[in-house]
Design a protein around this ligand. Structure first.
Ligand code: 26Q
Length: 888
């Protein structure tokens, strides 16, 4: 069976008999008594697994022969979602499997839902890694992902009694047809122990065992790899201990190893600094680097050539211990001198930053690092010393400059004050009538002058004591004091990543500027060329072609080709169709069909019945204060209150809406959980209010994940990306919504800005203040009283208990409404008026369905730029220097 060649394989001579193979899997692998949907899914999956293994082997045979440079995407998270549909379509086997399934009275779509998501990620960062793997394989780029095979991924979210509860994600319970265990690929990873000089003697060791997840490209034979590590004990059962009756001790190693790959950490600030998290990070980084070096040494003898064959992309700071671990492997294991090792390391590593929020920047206590990884802490100190020595001259001149500037500033201020005093003295002299008064005025002027001079002298002396050179030097230090806990020293992982990498990038244009001006300005001074932008992208396979086959068929028909699936720039060819009324009708029909499918899903999981006529308004993403779901919720409360106050005549003019929310709150995130509860409470009240009917419905869809997104996004007509300007690094769902023809209401933040540039800003509903104004506004808010009356009215209603649980919501309301208890850090009150105005514009445009549809088409037509194929092409050319390597 040839991949990507449409083949009628069923019983064709010399071809694989897919139906027979599925039947075989059913009988021999699963020993299934009957072919129910679940068993059929599994049998098909195992059959697809076989096809993947074929493609995987051929690809790696080819790459092994050609020995091209590889990129290794190091990431603590890969949010893959389901695999079946994606793999079958990417390999071009949908026709063959559809045919095979007919013999079982099933369809591919029919078994698709039986698959459990692989949810080894929190949100955007993890899903980005998954999109990147798809694009790397599609572009035939030699590259692997490296991560952890968590036994429990992202928790499952349920709503119980109106509140979020977290349940474990048992994703491996029915086996995993998408992985290949490699018991022959094992590496030891050490922890703790002691240093004897430079020699590290670990106190604990585990085995990292590889599992390979084949990644088929679209429209190519290339099938690359995601290698995930599981942790095993060196000794599973200590029989001596067991025989001595020490049952705990007998399995202690096993238990410790089990902990490492057990669960994915949530993206929660309370999870920073936890030893087990560092253990996970080091575990997968060490195994991945050892593995890569071992493969390199099979073909090459001199490790100085490693950067010509391997590039490691660090997905945020989570794998940043790679800087120290690569140094350790090169020095301690392979015997290289420090300088050579440093040259190799800094030519092999690159770093992507995904956040500017100070509390989200990883900093490890030196004490924790020292205990868990003593040799690495020693190397980080050495790296830091060498680094600080290299910036000493720069710091000296910059420090002297700052000192001189400060002095000049003081003296200028003093000179200005002196002039003022002279004027005042002259006036006083003028006003004096008697000689006594004149003398007194002169004396007072003289005294003031002397005092001012003394004060200036004192202040200059104080200034001279400030060691500006030391201050500048400190700003470069990878090891710094904890500003909240004096005396505790921390390793700033972002600084370690910047120093250890040859390239540093942000993930949207505005974000890449902010990291230069606000996060790493001192580093930019030294090496401006190191800092780049790589605007995020999403794979059009999963996020348009497969999740929205109806729209895809329409696009393909209009463009006369399906080449847009691989060349997203072709979507621009849809622009003229926006002017075609017949095409617009069909576009609307597709959206309507997707809305109907979502309405059905909503009914199934929440019990709420929603009409398919209203505007479908969606906000789905992790729950976080900076993403401002609370502001959306408050605007809905206001809308609800107004509808209730309206006369029947006025109600006729209301544009009906279904407001859909989805997203998980990290388990220990106090405010986020209250936001979930508030939305659930609003839904319960509004949806059961007969006065409101179809004019307003509110839905919280539990357990938002990749598979939910695939149903929700195609059905959205409006999607909300309303973070406080300057806080959302990029956002990627905004791109998915835009490509599916959904309007965006949003702030000038992250990739919204570039979506505006590509779609035409006139087609977006932009509101709120700009990133540059944020600092000033936060300062001004300290004594803020002047709330928008609509804001106050809605909040008062919550406070008064309109949605129940008034006490429970009290802290949430206070966080944005009471400067003595919160400070509205994310400026919800500030942006509320312009947000409401933008919402009014939405309603106005929605009344004109022809114009709405015309612009909806322009969203899809305009945003081909956000294909992750484009992003990956830029990484390959501008950072990795990796070329395609394709089988003939
Ligand atoms: C860190 C330490 C301890 C425990 C957890 C974490 C942790 C885990 C995950 C911290 C952060 C994350 C995830 C961050 C994330 O998803 N960032 C998003 O990345 C997207 C892809 O670039 C952007 O589009 C989003 O704007 C950004 O929020």
């Amino acid at each position: 069976l040839e991949i990507n060649k449409p083949a009628n394989t069923a019983n064709g001579a010399g071809k694989v008999d897919l139906a027979g193979e599925v039947a075989n899997e059913l009988k021999y692998r699963l020993a299934a008594p009957k072919a129910d949907t679940d068993k059929l899914y599994q049998s098909v999956a195992w059959s697809v697994h076989n096809r993947l293994v074929d493609a995987f082997d051929k690809t790696h045979e080819h790459w092994n022969k050609e020995d091209p440079k590889h990129v290794y995407y190091l990431s603590a998270e890969f949010l893959m979602g389901r695999t079946l549909t994606n793999a079958v379509h990417n390999m071009g086997l949908q026709g063959d499997y559809a045919e095979a399934l007919k013999q079982f009275g099933q369809t591919l779509e029919g078994v698709h839902g039986a698959e459990t998501d692989a949810a080894l990620g929190n949100g955007g960062l993890g899903r980005l890694a998954a999109c990147f793997l798809d694009s790397m394989a599609t572009l035939d780029l030699p590259g692997w992902g490296y991560g952890i095979r968590y036994r429990y991924g992202m928790f499952r979210q349920a709503i119980k009694d109106g509140l979020q509860v977290e349940l474990p994600d048992y994703w491996l319970d029915n086996g995993n047809p998408w992985e290949i265990r490699r018991p022959e690929t094992r590496f030891n990873v050490g922890f703790y122990g002691k240093l004897e000089g430079d020699k590290w003697v670990p106190g604990e060791e585990v085995i990292a065992e590889a599992y390979d997840v084949p990644i088929p490209g679209y429209g190519t034979k290339t099938c690359s790899n995601l290698r995930l590590w599981d942790a095993l004990p060196l000794v599973e059962l200590d029989l001596d201990a067991f025989n001595a009756g020490q049952y705990e001790k007998a399995v202690e190693q096993k238990r410790k190893a089990d902990d490492i790959a057990a669960v994915l950490y949530p993206n929660d600030a309370t999870e920073y600094g936890k030893e087990l998290r560092l253990k996970q990070q080091f575990f997968f980084v060490s195994a991945s680097l050892q593995d890569t070096i071992a493969r390199y040494l099979e073909k090459h003898s001199d490790l100085a050539g490693l950067p010509e064959k391997a590039c490691f992309q660090m997905n945020d700071t989570h794998p940043t211990i790679a800087v120290a671990e690569l140094m350790r492997l090169l020095i301690d294991v392979h015997g290289l001198p420090y300088d050579k090792a440093w040259a190799i390391t800094t030519k092999s590593l690159a770093y992507t930053n995904h956040t500017v929020m100070p509390e989200a920047l990883e900093k490890w206590p030196v004490a924790v690092m020292q205990k868990l990884l003593p040799r690495h802490m020693q190397l980080i100190e050495q790296i830091n010393d060498a680094w600080l020595a290299s910036v000493k001259d720069h710091s000296a001149s910059k420090g002297a400059q700052l000192q001189a500037a400060k002095k000049a500033e003081r003296e200028a201020a003093a000179a200005a004050a002196k002039e003022e005093r002279a004027k005042a003295a002259a006036a006083a002299l003028e006003a004096a009538t008697t000689p006594e008064e004149k003398a007194a005025a002169e004396a007072a002027a003289k005294k003031a002058e002397e005092e001012a001079e003394a004060a200036l002298k004192a202040i200059l002396e104080e200034d001279a004591k400030v060691d500006y050179v030391a201050e500048v030097l400190k700003s470069y230090s990878i090891i710094q004091e904890n500003q909240w806990n004096k005396g505790e020293m921390l390793v700033n992982m972002a600084y370690l990543a910047v120093v250890g990498s040859f390239a540093v990038n942000g993930v949207a244009a505005i974000h890449s500027e902010i990291i230069k001006t606000d996060i790493f300005p001192q580093f930019v001074e030294l090496t401006p060329e190191k800092f780049q932008n790589k605007t995020n992208g999403v794979t059009l396979r999963r996020w348009l072609a497969y999740c929205n086959p109806e729209l895809s068929a329409l696009i393909t028909e209009a463009l006369g080709t399906d080449a847009w699936v691989k060349d997203a720039t072709l979507l621009a060819g849809l622009k003229p169709f926006a002017e075609d009324a017949a095409f617009r009708k069909r576009w609307r029909d597709v959206k309507f069909a997707k809305k109907a499918a979502l309405a059905k899903h909503i009914k199934e999981v929440t019990g709420y019945e929603v009409s398919t006529q209203p505007l479908f308004d969606v906000q789905v993403k992790r729950i976080h204060e900076y993403k401002r779901q609370f502001m959306n919720a408050i605007s809905i409360i206001y809308r609800y209150k107004k509808i209730k106050e309206m006369s029947p005549e006025e109600r006729k003019k209301v544009v009906p809406r279904v407001c859909i929310f989805g997203g998980k709150a990290a388990s220990a995130y106090y405010m986020a959980k209250k936001i979930v509860a508030l939305v659930v409470a609003i839904a319960a009240k509004v949806n059961n209010d007969p006065e409101v009917g179809d004019l307003l419905k509110v839905v919280f869809l539990p357990n938002y994940n990749v598979s939910e997104a695939e149903v929700i996004i195609p059905a959205a007509e409006l999607s909300q990306h309303i973070s406080t300007a300057g806080t959302e690094a990029s956002g990627t769902s905004n791109m998915k919504f835009a490509l599916n023809g959904s309007f965006i209401i949003g702030t000038m933040d992250g990739a919204n800005i570039e979506i505006g540039e590509n779609t035409g800003f006139e087609n977006l509903f932009i509101f709120g203040v700009q990133a540059e104004e944020i600092n000033r506004l936060r300062e001004e808010r300290k004594d803020f009283k002047d709330y928008d009356p609509r804001w106050t009215e809605a909040l008062e209603w919550v406070k008064a208990g309109a949605f129940g649980r008034a006490d429970y919501f009290d802290d949430l309301v206070a966080s944005v409404n009471d400067m003595t208890r919160g400070n509205d850090w994310f400026l919800l009150a500030n942006d509320f008026a312009s947000y409401m105005d933008a919402q009014d514009e939405v309603d106005k445009l929605y009344r004109d369905q022809e114009e709405w549809t015309r612009r909806s088409i322009l969203y899809t037509a305009g945003n081909g730029f956000f294909s992750s194929d484009r992003t990956i092409d830029q990484y390959a050319k501008e950072i990795w220097s990796v070329q395609p390597c394709r089988q003939a």
